[in-house]
Design a protein around this ligand. Structure first.
Ligand code: NAP
Ligand code: MG
Length: 478
């Protein structure tokens, strides 16, 4: 039931997209040694946006050599305050071009324009601003008497859910600490990483300080295998993260892993309910649920279960699904056909295992990859939808009776990336938060991010921290 209809409000800016993109290596746009290109599509209408170079092992080797040369010749020798000037320049240009970058991010990945415009791009710029400020203050991060020392060449591999933001999380602290970088964006969302390469080119960074190699998993694997890479920073699935850990294990490459999650979002009966419902909606439907820290397991105190199900059912019907470039859209496109099929398969398993499915009632666009906002009630903790990461707009609701039971159920997962707690009692909030095994716990809020605040996981959600002072440690020798 739509309360009222909205007129279409399409975003009018159209970014310049080249027909073909080379590989950004050694400060230049190179034709790939592989001789191969692949297409990146707009998942909201399945049209091709551009042809992008496929980097094979020879291309990756060229990029690593360029990064090594840049490290030895320029970057490690540069005064920290001068490094900061370059990083500030990148931050300012992202801010100046934010609208164009937001549209590009939405076209390539399917996320609503209001999210890329108000969250992804400003937060990416904020990370460059934040770490630029640290570049000449690194001795304050170290233990007394120790000199800050960079690591060398960093191979950085990022996923498709926050393409520019994940690149910023990785590149900004690496550069601030004096390292050089080879970045591997995800196959389905290379365009904002390539736009960032253009920005870096215009910012006149010394050639080879940042290199961007587009491709697929094999490209990422070549970067992991390369003997002259000093550190791998990986964000992606737990499955690939474990493979990388096995490859790197025993050698002297440093490794940080930001992997999957199945966050518990706990709502007590005494919670401020209007706010909690909005927190739950934001926690799972933000970015179509393509969020590693999504609050995908809702644990509600038993006596408010029915009320929450009724309120969520109503709220689902007011979410607007459709054209991601429309400023009113809440739920955009699923990033790829493969991801849509994964979501559909897990939702089928939930129905087959006996959970009750509630979905937003709306027409899905005829073309493109879309999935309605959904939740399951009557979920048993052993069901696949309660254990596996769905990475889509699908919430599983479970119940508890006591705070102890809430904590036990919340921690009953192999993951440990994030969690949320809603209660009006500060002491209960703290009591629960201290017992949750998760890298981030949000109290009476959810999905809050800031460059000064560290982020990362426990257990199968990975190790290492990004953001804040903690994020600097990962790029310094110690
Ligand atoms: P993925 O398949 O693991 O891919 C992540 C990145 O690794 C992509 O660039 C991918 O390339 C590349 N890759 C694939 N196979 C590789 C290999 N064998 N060696 C090296 N690199 C390889 O993950 P995804 O499905 O794209 O991303 C979603 C996952 O990321 C979810 O599990 C989510 O929870 C996690 N994530 C975690 C965080 C965090 O901070 N903890 C943040 C965001 C997302 P291609 O895409 O080109 O194949
Ligand atoms: Mg794409």
């Amino acid at each position: 039931m739509a309360i009222f209809d909205y007129a279409p409000a399409p975003e009018s800016v159209r970014p310049q997209i080249r027909e073909d993109y080379g590989l950004f290596i050694d400060g230049r746009w190179n034709t790939p040694e592989s001789g191969t290109y692949f297409e990146t599509v707009n998942p909201a209408n399945e049209t091709t946006l551009a042809r992008v170079s496929y980097a094979n092992a020879a291309d990756v080797d060229k990029a690593v050599r360029a990064a090594r040369k840049a490290y030895d010749k320029y970057w490690r020798k540069l005064k920290p305050a001068d490094r900061a000037k370059y990083i500030y320049r990148i931050a300012r240009t992202i801010t100046e071009r934010s609208r164009e970058l937001a549209v590009l991010e939405t076209m390539d990945g399917g996320k609503p324009i209001k999210e890329s415009r108000d969250f992804d791009i400003p937060t990416a710029a904020a990370h460059f601003f934040y770490y630029a400020g640290w570049a000449d203050k690194l001795e304050w991060v170290m233990r007394a008497g120790r000199e800050p020392q960079s690591l060398g060449v960093c191979g950085q591999i990022v996923p498709w859910n926050f393409p520019l933001l994940m690149a910023a999380w990785k590149i900004a602290p690496a550069l601030a600490c004096g390292n050089t970088v080879v970045l591997k964006p995800a196959e389905t969302t290379p365009l904002t990483a390539l736009a960032l390469a253009q920005i870096i080119e215009e910012a006149d960074l010394p050639p080879g300080v940042v290199n961007v190699v587009t491709g697929d998993g094999t490209t990422g694997a070549a970067l992991v295998e390369h003997p002259d890479v000093d550190k791998i920073a990986f964000t992606g699935s737990t499955e690939v993260g474990k493979m990388i850990a096995r490859r790197v294990g025993g050698g002297d490459k440093r490794l940080t892993l930001e992997l999957g999650g199945k966050a518990a979002h706990i709502v007590f009966a005494d919670a401020p309910m209007d706010q909690a419902i909005e927190g739950v909606v934001n926690g799972i439907y933000f970015n179509q649920g393509h969020v590693c820290c999504a609050g995908s397991r809702l644990l509600v105190e038993e006596r408010v279960h029915d009320e929450i199900v009724v309120r969520l059912t109503e709220r689902l019907q007011t979410l607007r699904l459709g054209d991601p470039l429309d400023k009113n859209t809440d739920i955009g496109a699923i990033n790829s056909r493969a991801q849509l099929e994964k979501i559909e398969e897990l939702v089928r398993s939930g129905v087959e295992q006996g959970a009750t499915l509630v979905q937003q009632q709306c027409d899905l666009p005829a073309r493109g990859f879309f999935f309605p906002a959904s939740f399951f009630s009557n979920v048993h903790p052993s069901y696949r939808i309660a254990r596996e990461e769905i990475f889509g707009p699908v919430l599983s609701i479970l119940t508890f009776r006591t705070p102890d039971e809430a904590v036990e159920k919340a921690n009953n997962t192999p993951y440990g990336l994030s969690a949320g707690v809603w209660t009006e009692k500060g002491s209960k909030n703290m009591w629960v938060a201290q017992r949750l095994r998760a890298g981030v716990v949000w109290c009476n809020t959810f999905n809050q991010f800031d460059p000064s605040s560290p982020f990362g996981g426990y257990r199968e959600s990975g190790y290492g921290r990004e953001g804040g002072v903690h994020g600097l440690f990962e790029y310094l020798a110690h």
